[in-house]
Design a protein around this ligand. Structure first.
Ligand code: HEM
Length: 423
C-alpha cells in the first residue's frame, strides 16, 4: 500500500516508552489490499480485522497496520514521534526532492503557512460557480447518450478543470493527464507491487515537465502565482515550490476524480439519499462530508516511528513503518455510531478522509466544493442518472478508485443496469 516501510501498534493510546513489548500479530494472510473482493468492498474485511486486533503486522508491506480511529488520528497528529521525513530516521533523501509532503514541522512550517495563506486567498464561491457551469455543460452534452462513462466523461474533466483553476495553471490534455495520475497512483502501491515503481517514476517525470511549463508560462490568478509572489518573503526555497506544485496538482486531481466516482456510485446504490436531498437541500454540506467519510479515496497513509512507541499495546520500534488505515478508521464504531450507514446530518463528523495533523489536506474546502457541485448537478438534472452497466475498479490499493462507471440520463435503461451495478 505504501512504498514506505512500515511498523505496528496495539491498544489504548501511545506513549514514547513502554516496559512491555507486545509480540504483534501478523495478519498478512488475511489482508490482500489488491484482492478483487477487497477492491470491490473492503469494509467488511476492515471490520473483521478490527474485531481481531487494533494493530497488526503486514509482512508484504513491512508495516504495522492501524485500524482504529483513535490510533490513526493519534499517530497522524503526533509528528514528533511519527515522521514523514525519513531523514529523521537517518535515511538520505536529497534536498532537491523535498516538498510539502516530505517535510515535517518545524521545517515544513514556512512552506505550509505560505500555501495555507494562498489557499485562503482563493475564492471558493467563484471556483464552485465555475465548476457548476462546467458540470451543467457536460451534463447537457451527455443527456441523450445511450450510455457514458462517468469517470472519463465527468469525473476526470471536472477534476482537471477545478484543479487547474485553483492552482492557476493551463489545463493539461485530459487523456495524457489521466495516464500520469494513474501512474502516480500505482507508484503509491510499490510497497505491495515493486514493479509499479517504474511506471510511477515515468509518470512523475512527465508531471515534472508539466510543472516546468507552468512555471515558464505567463502568470494566471491562483495558488501558484500567490505562492511564487510571497515565497521569498516567507523564506521558502524555490525548489520546494517547484516540487510542491506537482504534489498539489496531483493531490487535487487524483482525489477529486476518485471521490467523484465513489460518491456517485454510492448515490446510485442509495437512491434514498438523493431523494432526501431533494426534499431538503440544507442537508447538502453534512451529506457531502458523510459521503466522503463513507467511501473516501485515500485508504491509508504511512509514517515512520522516530523512537520506540506503544500503540494499543503493540510496541513499535524506531524506524518501523505505521500504516494508518484511514478508511478503516472512518468505519470505527467507537467513533461513528452506525458507521456502515449513511447518516446525512451526521455531526460531529471528524472523519479522516482528508487526513489529520500537519499533513492534513490543504485543499479540503475545494475538494468538498467540487463534490457538492456534482451532487447538486445530479439533484437538478432534468432526468435521473442511473447505472447502465457494471462498474470496474482500478487495481490500486492506496487510492480507491473506480475505473469505469457506465451510466445514463436516459432512465428507461436504468432499472436493469442498477441491478447489474449491485453485483
Ligand atoms: C475530495 C477531495 C480530496 C480528498 C479526499 C483529499 C485527501 C487528502 C488526504 C487524506 C491527505 C493527507 C495525506 C497524508 O497525511 O499522507 C491530503 C493531503 C493533501 N491534499 Fe488533499 N484531498 C482532496 C482534495 C484536495 C485538493 C482539491 C487539493 C488542492 C490542491 C489537495 C491538496 C493536498 C495537499 C497539497 C496535501 C499534502 C499536505 C501535506 O502533506 O502537508 N487535496 N489530501
Amino acid at each position: 500500500m505504501s512504498s514506505q516501510r512500515l511498523l505496528s501498534l496495539p491498544h489504548t493510546g501511545m506513549t514514547g516508552t513502554s516496559a512491555w513489548k507486545g509480540p504483534g500479530v501478523d495478519l498478512t494472510h488475511l489482508y490482500d489490499p489488491l484482492d478483487f473482493r477487497t477492491l470491490v468492498d473492503p469494509y467488511p474485511l476492515y471490520a473483521e480485522l478490527r474485531a481481531r486486533t487494533p494493530v497488526f503486522w503486514h509482512e508484504t508491506m513491512r508495516s504495522w497496520v492501524l485500524l482504529t480511529y483513535r490510533d490513526c488520528r493519534d499517530v497522524l497528529r503526533n509528528h514528533e514521534d511519527f515522521a514523514r521525513d525519513r531523514r529523521r530516521i537517518g535515511e538520505e533523501v536529497p534536498e532537491f526532492r523535498q516538498s510539502l509532503q516530505s517535510l515535517d514541522p518545524p521545517a515544513q512550517k514556512p512552506l505550509r503557512s505560505l500555501l495555507m495563506n494562498s489557499f485562503r486567498q482563493q475564492n471558493p464561491v467563484e471556483i464552485a460557480r465555475r465548476a457548476r457551469s462546467h458540470i451543467h455543460t457536460l451534463f447537457n452534452r451527455l443527456a441523450d447518450r445511450e450510455q457514458f462513462d462517468w469517470m472519463r466523461d465527468v469525473a476526470a474533466p471536472v477534476a482537471l478543470r477545478v484543479t487547474a483553476e485553483l492552482l492557476g495553471v493551463e489545463e493539461p490534455n485530459g487523456a495524457e493527464y489521466a495516464e500520469i495520475s494513474d501512474g502516480i497512483a500505482r507508484r503509491m502501491d510499490a510497497g505491495l507491487v515493486p514493479d509499479r515503481a517504474g511506471v510511477g517514476d515515468r509518470a512523475r517525470h512527465q508531471l515534472n515537465r508539466l510543472v516546468e511549463n507552468w512555471l515558464g508560462a505567463e502568470e494566471r490568478p491562483g495558488v501558484l502565482a500567490d505562492v511564487r509572489r510571497d515565497a521569498e518573503r516567507a523564506r521558502v526555497p524555490e525548489h520546494y515550490i517547484r516540487n510542491t506544485t506537482g504534489v498539489m496538482f496531483n493531490a487535487s486531481y487524483g482525489t477529486i476524480f476518485a471521490t467523484a466516482g465513489n460518491v456517485v456510485l454510492t448515490l446510485l446504490r442509495h437512491p434514498e439519499v438523493l431523494a432526501a436531498l431533494h426534499r431538503d437541500e440544507s442537508l447538502l454540506p453534512t451529506a457531502v462530508d458523510e459521503l466522503i467519510r463513507y467511501d473516501g479515496p485515500a485508504q491509508g497513509t504511512s509514517r515512520v516511528a522516530v523512537k520506540r512507541m506503544v500503540v494499543s499495546g503493540t510496541v513499535i520500534e524506531p524506524g518501523e513503518v505505521v500504516l494508518t488505515l484511514l478508511a478503516a478508521a472512518n468505519r470505527d464504531p467507537d467513533q461513528f455510531a452506525h458507521p456502515d450507514r449513511l447518516v446525512l446530518d451526521r455531526a460531529p463528523n471528524q472523519h479522516l478522509s482528508f487526513g489529520w495533523g500537519p499533513h492534513a489536506c490543504l485543499g479540503a474546502l475545494f475538494g468538498r466544493a467540487a463534490i457538492r457541485e456534482l451532487v447538486l448537478g445530479l439533484l437538478h438534472a432534468p432526468r435521473p442518472l442511473t447505472l447502465a452497466g457494471t462498474p470496474t475498479r482500478r487495481p490500486t490499493a492506496t487510492v480507491r478508485t473506480i475505473d469505469t462507471l457506465p451510466v445514463t440520463f436516459r432512465s428507461e435503461s436504468g432499472a436493469e443496469a442498477l441491478a447489474a451495478g449491485r453485483r
